[in-house]
Design a protein around this ligand. Structure first.
Ligand code: PXG
Ligand code: PLP
Length: 435
C-alpha cells in the first residue's frame, strides 16, 4: 500500500481547500467495486461514482485488461492526419447509443474540452451556412460547463467566473429553474417552472435571432447541486431554438452513459438537441476522455461546404487516444454485458424511496432525485454545513460530494439495495452529528 508522502505542499489541488486538506488529508489508496480504501486502512463507500464518472464501479476486469493490453499494443498514435481502429470503433458504438441522427463524434480529453469544442463547432457551423453574424452564446444561471474560458463564460456559478476577467464576449444567461418555495421535496422533475424557458424569447427580442449561435444547458444540472428540469421545460427550449435557427447543446457530461437509467438524458426526456457533450462515464473514469456528438446534418454540412481540406481547425494531441479508446470500448462492453443502464433504471424507485426517508432530519430543507441521482439540501450556512457533512461522512465510511450546503449522491450502478440503506443510515447519523 502506498504510504502518505511527508510533504503535501507541491501539489496544488483543484477545487479544494488546500490549506484545510493538507492539515487533515483524506487520502485514498485503492478501490474496488463500490469501495475505496483509505490510507488508514478503512473501507469508504463511493456514493458519488468518484466525481460522477465511475458508473460501473471500480477495478472492473474488462477495462483493466483492455488498458493494460493497449499500452503494449499501441501506446500512442498521432491524432492529426493519422488514425487507429479503436477510435473509429468507439465513435461507432457511441453513435449507436446516442439519439438517432447523431452519428458523428469528436473526441476530447475532458468535459471542459467537450464544452469548448461544442461551442466552437456551433460557431463554425453557423458561419458555414452563411450565418456568420450568429456569434452569441446563451448559457444559464447556475450552469456548470467545466472550467475552460468558453465553459465559464456560458456557466453560471459566480465563483467560477468572478476571478477570471472579462471572459468571452457576447454571452447571455437564462434564469435557473431552482424554486424551493414551489418545488421542495419533488420526486423526479418538478411541476413548476417550464415557463422559464420563455426567457429565451426575451433574449431573442433583445439581440435578434440573427446574432445568436447556440444555447447550452445541462438537461439535469449536477454540479450546482442537482437541479432537475421542470416538466415541459426542455421541450419548450427545443421549440424556441428550432423556431429561431439556434443550435441547442445538451451538456451531458454527467447524464450520458446511464445516470438517469437511459443512455442519455436526451432519451430520458424525449428531447433531441443538435449537439451533445459527454465525458466521465465514457471510460468509467479510468482514462480521461470526452466526446462531442453532433447531428448528422451538422457534420455533413461542415464536411461538404468546408472552404479548405481540413474542415474543422480544432483538435487535441490526445483526441481519440488509444488507451482511452480501449478503456471506452471495454467500458461500453461492461455496461452492455451487465445491463447497467437498466439496472440504474430498476433501482431508481428504491433509491427515491430510501432517500426521501431523510426528509424530517435536522436542517433538511429539500430532497430531490432522478434516476440514480439524489440531493439533500441543507439549511444554508455558507457551505460550512455541507463541508462538515462531507468530513463527518468520511469519518463514518462514506465518500459524498457537496456543493455549498447541498449534498449530492450518484452511486455506481452496481450498488446493492442493502448499500443504499447503509448510505441513508449513515447519513441520518451524520446529519444529527453536525451543527
Ligand atoms: N459539463 C458538465 C455538465 C459537468 O458536470 C464538465 C462539463 C467539465 O468536465 P471536466 O471533465 O472538465 O471536469 C462537468 C464536470 C461535482 C463535479 O462534484 C462535477 C463535475 C466535475 C467535478 C465535480 O459536481 N462536472
Ligand atoms: N501548448 C503548446 C506549446 C503546444 O505545443 C500544444 C500542443 O501541441 C498545446 C499547448 C496543446 O496541447 P493539447 O493538444 O494536449 O491540448
Amino acid at each position: 500500500m502506498t504510504t502518505r508522502p511527508n510533504n503535501l505542499d507541491s501539489y496544488w489541488m483543484p477545487f479544494t481547500a488546500n490549506k484545510q486538506f493538507k492539515k487533515d488529508p483524506r487520502m485514498l489508496v485503492s478501490a474496488d467495486g463500490m469501495y475505496y480504501t483509505s490510507d488508514d486502512g478503512r473501507q469508504i463507500m463511493d456514493t458519488a461514482a468518484g466525481l460522477w464518472c465511475v458508473n460501473a464501479g471500480h477495478n472492473r476486469p474488462k477495462i483493466r485488461e483492455a488498458v493494460a493490453n493497449q499500452v503494449g499494443e499501441l501506446d500512442y498514435c498521432p491524432s492529426f492526419q493519422f488514425g487507429h481502429p479503436k477510435a473509429f470503433e468507439l465513435a461507432n458504438q457511441v453513435a449507436e447509443l446516442f439519439p438517432e441522427g447523431m452519428n458523428h463524434v469528436f473526441f476530447t480529453n475532458s468535459g471542459s474540452e467537450s464544452v469548448d469544442t461544442a461551442l466552437k463547432i456551433a460557431l463554425a457551423y453557423q458561419r458555414t451556412i452563411g450565418q456568420g453574424t450568429r456569434t452569441r452564446l446563451i448559457g444559464r444561471e447556475r450552469g456548470y460547463h467545466g472550467t475552460g474560458f468558453g465553459g465559464i463564460t456560458v456557466g453560471g456559478l459566480v465563483k467560477n467566473r468572478m476571478y477570471f476577467g472579462s471572459l468571452l464576449t457576447g454571452a447571455d444567461h437564462l434564469p435557473h429553474t431552482h424554486n424551493l418555495a414551489k418545488n421542495a421535496f419533488s420526486k423526479g422533475c418538478p411541476e413548476h417552472g417550464a415557463e422559464l424557458a420563455n426567457e429565451l424569447e426575451t433574449i431573442v427580442a433583445l439581440h435578434d435571432a440573427s446574432n445568436i449561435a447556440a444555447v447550452i444547458v445541462e438537461p439535469m444540472a449536477g454540479s450546482t447541486g442537482v437541479l432537475m428540469p421542470p416538466k415541459g421545460y426542455l421541450q419548450k427550449l427545443r421549440e424556441i431554438c428550432t423556431k429561431y435557427g439556434i443550435l441547442l447543446i445538451f451538456d451531458e457530461v454527467i447524464t450520458a452513459f446511464g445516470r438517469l437509467g437511459t443512455a442519455t438524458a436526451s432519451d430520458y426526456f424525449g428531447v433531441k438537441p443538435d449537439i451533445i457533450t459527454c465525458a466521465k462515464g465514457l471510460t468509467n473514469g479510468v482514462v480521461p476522455m470526452g466526446g462531442v456528438v453532433v447531428a448528422d446534418y451538422i457534420y455533413d454540412t461542415m464536411v461538404e461546404k468546408a472552404d479548405s481540406p481540413i474542415e474543422l481547425f480544432h483538435g487535441y494531441t490526445y483526441s481519440g487516444h488509444p488507451i482511452a479508446a480501449a478503456a471506452g470500448l471495454a467500458t461500453l462492453e461492461t455496461y452492455r454485458e451487465e445491463g447497467l443502464f437498466e439496472r440504474a433504471n430498476d433501482l431508481a424507485p428504491y433509491w427515491e424511496h430510501a432517500l426521501h426517508q431523510l426528509k424530517d432530519e435536522k436542517n433538511v430543507i429539500d430532497i430531490r432525485n432522478i434516476g440514480l441521482v439524489g440531493a439533500i439540501e441543507l439549511e444554508p450556512m455558507a457551505g460550512k454545513r455541507g463541508y462538515d457533512a462531507m468530513v463527518e461522512a468520511y469519518k463514518q465510511g462514506l465518500m459524498i460530494r457537496v456543493t455549498g450546503d447541498i449534498l449530492a449522491f450518484s452511486p455506481p450502478f452496481i450498488i446493492e439495495k442493502g448499500e443504499i440503506d447503509q448510505i441513508m443510515d449513515t447519513m441520518r447519523r451524520v446529519l444529527n452529528t453536525i451543527d
